[in-house]
Write a protein that binds this ligand. Structure first.
Ligand code: AMP
Ligand code: MG
Length: 408
């Protein structure tokens, strides 16, 4: 049995980053940049106005009060050719290019226009209301660094610099193999002693959310040869998740099957709760996670170990889930020697975040991981997590910290 930190380090060491492909901008959201995106352009391409108003030479504003002759009107998208002479102004709009010779924009609110002239009532500072060429992006600038997950702003920046088919890392292919003679498919009515194969759905959804392409294999019963055969098929994927059959019972045949197909065992059993029986191995670059069958254990192991592996394979520079700190609302007893991932709901008080343990901490109660639940990390050296003490809490998704009320 190894500590959680060591288990995660072994998983991360075993990961190789996948190859690259090009995607269209429409498909870039959530993908990971495989190379630095360097702009060949300046954005904006020319100095332009931040306001509706008048482009002027700042030196002309010294007269009291300054009155300037309007020599042209320049809507956004057009360009005035000639340089601005002394005592003149160009009427322009937000986004209009600053005419040569002008250095300042007087806001329309600060001026009065009459008979082809403009009277400047409030003289702004030199350079006011002018957005410089390249103020957003300079030519040669790295606009999105390799390893960045493209968000909406990044996608817009790519469009601005003309990078229409960015290079991203491939998505990992994920095979999901549920083992257990008790299992039935979700469209069957479970009889006495039978259990619906919910793990295939849970893990498929979690895999997709982590950027992988999941494929679910048919259920295999706890029979050595069947597990062996299906595992051989599953190993065509980049990552294989088995569920069930990895504990210490007579029918826990997955470890033997992994050995039999030549998977090198990196570890088996982690000092944690839930998810202690987790097995991890590799076959060349392919990774195999032997997840426990209990639905909570399987999903917690996914979040803790599989997800970072999938993110790293996609080149994500930040493959781990976010962590916040929260004070425990009430004390929790735990086993000394194991890291315990307590299922909690996060809330807020005047003193900061509060983590309330969910009523059921059973590894069979999957519903306790729904509705934005989070995982509070109880360290191995404690046998009780005292009320009021602050602990790290792993944020499992946007729903964990989403709010019913706005912050303003
Ligand atoms: P195991 O790890 O094989 O000992 O399985 C532990 C328990 O997890 C079983 O008794 C089932 O109730 C449950 N279980 C196993 N596999 C699945 C699955 N694919 N979907 C839902 N529950 C499962
Ligand atoms: Mg089983």
């Amino acid at each position: 049995m190894i500590p959680v930190g060591e288990a995660l380090a072994r998983v991360c060491e075993a990961v190789s980053v996948l190859g690259v492909e090009r995607v269209s901008l429409d498909g870039a959201l959530g993908r990971v940049a495989a190379e630095d995106v360097v702009s060949t352009r300046a954005v904006p391409s020319a100095a332009n106005s931040a306001m509706d108003g008048y482009a002027v030479r700042h030196a002309d504003l010294a007269a009291a009060p300054p009155r300037l002759r309007i020599v042209a009107t320049e809507p956004a998208g057009t360009v005035v050719a000639g340089p601005l002479g002394a005592g003149t102004a160009v009427k322009l709009f937000t986004g209009s290019v600053i005419p040569p010779g002008a250095d300042t924009v007087v806001r329309i609110e600060d001026a009065e226009e009459r008979d082809g002239t403009v009277l400047v009532r409030v003289a702004p500072a030199r350079g006011a209301n002018v957005r410089g060429a390249g103020e957003d992006i300079r030519p040669g600038q790295v606009v999105v660094a390799r390893g960045t997950v493209f968000g909406p702003a990044d996608v817009g920046v790519l469009a601005s610099v003309g990078c229409l088919v960015p290079v991203v890392h491939q998505r990992p292919r994920l095979a999901i193999l549920s083992t257990g003679t008790e299992l039935v498919e979700a469209d069957e009515e479970p009889g006495p002693g039978q259990v619906v194969n919910s793990n295939a759905y849970t893990l498929g959804a979690a895999g997709r959310a982590a950027g992988a392409e999941p494929a679910v294999l048919p259920i295999v019963h706890d029979r050595r040869e069947d597990i062996h055969t299906r595992l051989g098929e599953a190993l065509r994927a980049d990552v294989v998740l088995t569920s069930g059959g990895v504990s210490v019972g007579d029918l826990d045949l997955v470890k033997d099957a992994l050995d039999a197909v030549g998977v090198e065992r990196v570890f088996w059993q982690v000092a944690q709760k839930p998810g202690r029986p987790l097995a991890f191995g590799r076959l060349g670059k392919r990774l195999v996670f032997g997840l426990p069958g209990n639905p909570v254990s399987a999903l917690v192991c996914f979040y803790l170990y599989v997800r970072p592996a999938l993110r790293r394979m996609q080149g994500d520079r930040r493959p781990h889930l976010p962590v916040v700190h929260a004070a425990l609302a009430r004390g929790v007893r735990k086993a000394r020697g194991l890291t315990e991932f307590v299922r909690v709901q996060l809330g807020e008080s005047a003193d900061g975040r509060i983590a309330t343990p969910l009523p059921s901490q059973s590894s069979g109660v999957l519903s306790a991981l729904g509705s934005g639940a989070a995982l509070l990390v109880g360290p191995p050296e404690l046998d009780e997590l005292p009320a009021g003490r602050s602990f790290p809490v792993i944020v499992l998704g946007d729903a964990t910290l989403a709010r019913e009320t706005p912050p303003f």
